[in-house]
Design a protein around this ligand. Structure first.
Ligand SMILES: Cc1cc2nc3c(=O)[nH]c(=O)nc-3n(C[C@H](O)[C@H](O)[C@H](O)COP(=O)(O)OP(=O)(O)OC[C@H]3O[C@@H](n4cnc5c(N)ncnc54)[C@H](O)[C@@H]3O)c2cc1C
Length: 430
């Protein structure tokens, strides 16, 4: 049986692995190129910070082609990894179960979470590797009654040198990414083709026959018995719409806003990002040197990397955004989102001030990078994990299936959803 999997993030990686192990011939089509970290080259760019060459989010791609930025509205930018490994290649390595909204649709992913967690090393960064200010902020957050917790990280953190550049790739390979899920099966059941962007799905008589793929300027049709879209919350919806199939205007992105303060010589960049977090109902707070704001956001320009301190707010935003067939996105913050961000900003500032961080406190770039919700599962679909409005042999296995925003790290959830989908595909086709 031939399967095409579109996208090599956690969703695509898990479904490719599971199907290959069950005897499927899997062709993994990835729009991006093989991943290479930027870490070693970043110091060359320092003199250009704040110049016209590096002035806003559009400059990111010039420096680091694995990032894709999409302006969703005046107040929101979307980031995603277009490369082998998808957004896991540029992640912070945080690994937690994010389950908001699953109970409502009757989906219990506990066994999939356990199955995936068993294969990985997940543990927090030891406190002695945190910067002194980060330790102080943890203690102050605790005194303020926020119950902070060390963040579980996935990978081999003995190799971590604390460069702080996780989101530009890990040069010591301490950090896990989804390429590791299928690497032992490459050319043994899984064939990966990078630089292969799926333009649309070929549907004939209500059945999915194959996909049209572009490699640079040339187009190719590839046929298969089963097609699985794992192109992420935006990529999957774009392919569906370009193929004349529906996707829901339910995009969520987990809005990130980092409040920047100042503490002389705190050197927050010399530790892994987000080593602890506070979990509130609608957001988390976590110490974070926001690289994107440091490099590309004008209001952050006047403070050096040595002195800049950040407290991230990651908000479970209102699920209300549209992806178009050309890949553009329309989404802005709602009044509810803004009010929750204001509440979180007050807490973030309070923790920093109590820890001796001074102002001016400046908002970072408002962005989102956990993309989901565009093919939301309903209670009726949970048994089959197949959205009823899709053709029979077309499946979705990524975060698009998650109906609600999380305000939490999401790669484990994308993988768990996909594992359940893979089991259902095997059951359906055997
Ligand atoms: C900067 C950043 C840091 C993050 N840090 C963390 C973290 O620390 N912990 C955590 O849990 N989560 C983190 N996330 C979120 C997490 O990485 C994502 O939620 C997760 O990877 C989503 O998995 P996915 O399989 O749905 O999609 P993705 O990982 O986005 O994978 C989709 C893949 O499909 C490919 N693709 C898209 N369109 C096409 C097409 N037309 N044809 C072929 N291929 C296509 C893309 O190139 C990509 O490789 C982070 C995200 C970002 C942006």
């Amino acid at each position: 049986m031939k399967a095409i999997v579109v996208g090599s993030g956690p969703g695509g990686a898990i479904v490719a692995r599971e199907l290959a192990l069950k005897g499927f011939e899997v062709r993994l089509l990835e729009a991006g190129q093989p991943f290479a970290p930027l870490t070693r080259k970043i110091s060359w760019l320092k003199p250009l910070r704040g110049s016209w060459l590096i002035k806003n989010e559009n400059s990111i791609k010039r420096v680091f082609p694995h990032y894709k930025t999409i302006r969703a509205s005046d107040d929101l930018v979307i980031f995603t990894g277009v490369t082998e490994g998808g957004s896991t290649s540029i992640s912070c390595g945080n690994m937690v179960r994010a389950e908001r909204g699953l109970k409502e649709i009757g989906l219990d992913l506990s066994s999939e979470f356990e199955e995936i967690e068993r294969t990985l090393t997940i543990r927090p960064t030891p406190r002695e590797k945190w910067r002194p200010l980060t330790q102080r902020m943890y203690d102050e957050a605790e005194k303020l009654g926020h119950s902070p917790k060390p963040t579980p990280k996935v990978g081999n953190y003995e190799k971590c040198v604390g460069c702080g550049y996780c989101e530009l790739g890990c040069s010591t390979r301490a950090k896990w990414d989804s390429r590791q899920i299928y690497k032992d099966l490459v050319d043994k059941g899984v064939t990966i083709q990078t630089g292969s962007k799926v333009q649309k799905i070929v549907v004939e008589d209500g059945h999915t026959k194959g996909v049209i793929v572009s490699h640079g300027s040339s187009l190719e049709r590839i046929d298969a018995d089963v097609i699985i879209l794992s192109a992420g919350g935006v990529g999957t919806a774009q392919i569906l719409k370009a193929s004349g199939l529906p996707a829901r205007d339910n995009l969520w992105v987990d809005v990130v806003l980092t409040v920047g303060g100042v503490s002389k010589n705190s050197k927050m960049l010399n530790e892994p990002p987000m080593v602890w977090f506070v979990k509130k109902e609608n957001y988390i707070l976590s110490p974070y040197f926001d690289l994107l704001s440091y490099w590309f956001h004008k209001p952050w320009k006047d403070v050096s990397a040595e002195d800049r301190v950040g407290m991230m707010i990651k908000l479970a935003d209102t699920e209300f955004g549209t992806v178009n067939a050309d890949g553009t996105v329309a989404k802005s913050l709602t009044d509810i989102d803004r009010n929750r961000l204001e509440e979180a900003k007050t807490e973030a500032k309070q923790i920093m001030e109590k820890s001796g961080v001074s102002g001016p406190f400046v908002d970072g770039m408002v962005h989102g990078g956990h993309l989901g919700g565009t093919v939301p599962l309903t209670r009726e679909d949970v048994g089959t994990m197949h959205p009823s409005w899709l053709p029979q042999n077309l499946w979705v296995a990524d975060l698009s299936l998650m109906p609600r925003s999380q305000g939490l790290p999401t790669m484990l959830t994308a993988a768990a959803l996909s594992l359940r989908v893979a089991k259902c595909i095997v059951e359906k086709t055997s």
